[in-house]
Design a protein around this ligand. Structure first.
Ligand code: GLN
Length: 550
């Protein structure tokens, strides 16, 4: 029988307080203390998953190894804990209702009236327990803020689990804001008091308060919070804005969060091994070197939609002891009729990165950046759409096939260098590829796939000569193998393929470092294990910068 301990994390006062980072930090400290830890994110919205939501609504869609489109917090959990989670680690109100309604249609409730209590709440409890089994700790983060109507069934499920289990198996942590009223120069505790009162009204009394604040809390204020929120004096954990999110576990440790956790769970003193983590964080805060990478995308106001990639650049920087400065370039501002703008924009960068993307907007500018990287020998990494566009750019400017395109942008192109996977499946009669019909009608290739890297390639070297790698995908279109021989003849090498012949990686032979990958390497990057191809790209950019500055 499993003996899981549950840590319920709720948020008070307002959203965006960093509940995800708090949950990840607590998880990290427990994992580094030698325990098996999982984290679950519950999203109270009604969408079944964030896959169909606009990045405007939701930030990045994170893809798990098993091919689920999940909340970006799952990305933080994996990055902090350095483990792979699954589609079970994120569920929504939509999923819960869908299961209950399907059960009802099949007559599984034996004619009962289906209600929020017990049926919806039971389904939530079942899902929480199923994620927790086989783990020592399950941290459950509830999205939204206390007081949200749609969060109520989840809070009831948490209350019931607390009621059913011994006291030493469940702890409730409330992450809240202590606002600073600038005019008075005062930190205010009242919103937190109200938020905790609301939680208590529902039947949950938190044992720990994580207090987000702009400046440190005085001893008196902490005592006042402890008294008014009815927690022990050592259980108000100050969370002052940090320079890096990776500092948070260290800050929580310094604040003594493990003392009340160990006490409640009746454990011996917890001693997490944080030396390596600490060393990496020091390199994030005070690195020896720096490098500037052009990040050529669209919708740059939505940096949250590139979260995994910007985090991956931080991981890589920490491991290279160099700050990775991102020069954000809106591809819509690059225009071939104005070479001066192109030079001014890209002339001073050490590397050029084109991330994934959907739709036609801004692709012209991305191709201009690709040409610039290719012709000026600037280290280049193209991810997903970035790889697809580098093939099209090569076809236009090296093979001189001006009509080469992706069928995403021109369904009738006579030269579909990039085309729909469905075509490929049909041609080959091959149904081994795991694809998902999206409710919007498309088919996505999602999740982890194996890729075989060719001998003597730069990418193989980047992956430490490991020829079979696994990376995650999220795309509909693919490079067309029909043009493989032609591309290779002119120097664009197909350096990695799937077992069934899909083109997964490319590289230019006559270039210091020009690599494209069909997968999203950023989804597997962690602070303690940066992704190899992103690491190599930034390393090459750094070396090229240091060579030119000598
Ligand atoms: N739009 C391209 C496709 O669907 C690339 C997707 C991506 O970059 N994630 O294949």
């Amino acid at each position: 029988m499993h003996n899981t301990k549950y840590i319920f994390v709720t948020g008070g006062v307002l959203s965006s307080l960093g509940k995800g980072i708090s949950s990840s930090s607590i998880g990290t400290l427990l994992k580094q203390s030698g325990y098996k830890v999982a984290i679950l994110k519950i999203d109270p919205y009604i969408n079944v998953d964030p896959g169909t939501m606009s990045p405007l609504e939701h930030g990045e869609v994170f893809v798990t190894a098993d091919g689920a489109e999940t909340d970006l917090d799952i990305g933080h959990y994996e990055r902090f804990l350095n483990v792979n989670f699954t589609k079970q680690n994120n569920f929504t109100t939509g999923q819960v209702y869908l299961s209950v309604i399907e059960n009802e249609r099949q007559g599984n409730y034996l004619g009962k009236t289906i209600q929020i209590v017990p049926h919806i709440v039971d389904e939530i409890k079942k899902r929480i327990k199923s994620v927790g089994k086989n783990f020592d700790f399950l941290v459950v983060e509830l999205g939204g803020t206390i007081g949200d109507m749609e969060g109520l069934p989840f809070l009831e499920a948490m209350r019931q689990i607390k009621h059913e289990l011994p006291k030493s198996k469940v702890i409730s942590i409330h992450v809240t804001l202590i606002p600073l009223i600038k005019a008075a120069g005062e930190l205010k505790t009242k919103p937190t008091q109200h938020s905790v009162q609301e939680l208590r009204r529902i039947g949950i009394s938190p044992q720990i308060i994580v207090a987000r604040c702009e400046k440190p809390l005085s001893k008196e204020l902490k005592k006042k919070l402890a008294l008014s929120c009815d927690v022990d004096d050592d259980s108000v954990i100050e969370a002052v804005d940090a320079q890096s999110i990776y500092q948070c576990p260290l800050n929580f440790l310094k604040e003594g969060i493990l003392t009340p956790i160990a006490r409640r769970f009746e454990l011996q003193e917890l001693r997490p091994q944080m030396q390596d983590w600490d060393a990496l964080v020091k390199k994030i805060i005070l690195p020896k070197d720096e490098v500037t990478i052009a990040f050529v995308g669209k919708y740059l106001s939505l940096k949250e939609s590139y979260k995994s990639l910007t985090e991956a650049l931080i991981h890589v920087g920490a491991n290279l002891d160099a700050r990775v400065n991102i020069k954000w370039i809106d591809s819509q501002n690059l225009d071939s009729s104005n070479p001066k703008i192109i030079d001014d924009t890209l002339g001073d960068v050490d590397g050029i990165l084109i991330p994934g993307g959907f739709g036609e907007r801004g692709i012209e500018g991305k191709m201009i950046a690709i040409t610039y990287a290719r012709e000026h020998n600037i280290p280049f990494l193209g991810i997903c759409l970035g790889m697809q566009l580098s093939i099209i750019e090569f076809a236009h400017n090296v093979l001189h096939i001006k009509e080469a395109n992706s069928s995403e942008f021109d369904p009738n192109t006579p030269y579909p260098f990039i085309y729909l996977i469905e075509d490929f499946i049909d041609q080959q009669g091959n149904n081994q590829i795991r694809t998902y019909k999206s409710p919007m009608g498309g088919t996505m290739r999602l999740g982890e796939y194996e890729c075989i890297l060719a001998k003597g390639t730069k990418i193989l070297k980047a992956y430490n000569d490991q020829s079979l790698i696994k990376e995650r995908h999220r795309h509909r279109y693919e490079a067309n193998p029909k043009y493989k021989a032609m591309l290779e003849e002119y120097g664009l090498l197909i350096s990695g393929e799937s077992k069934n012949g899909l083109i997964e990686t490319i590289e230019l032979q006559d270039h210091p470092f020009f690599v494209g990958v069909q997968f999203h390497p950023e989804f597997t990057s962690r602070l303690q294990a940066p992704n190899p191809i992103i690491l190599e790209f930034v390393k090459q950019s750094l070396e090229s910068k240091n060579k030119t500055s000598k």
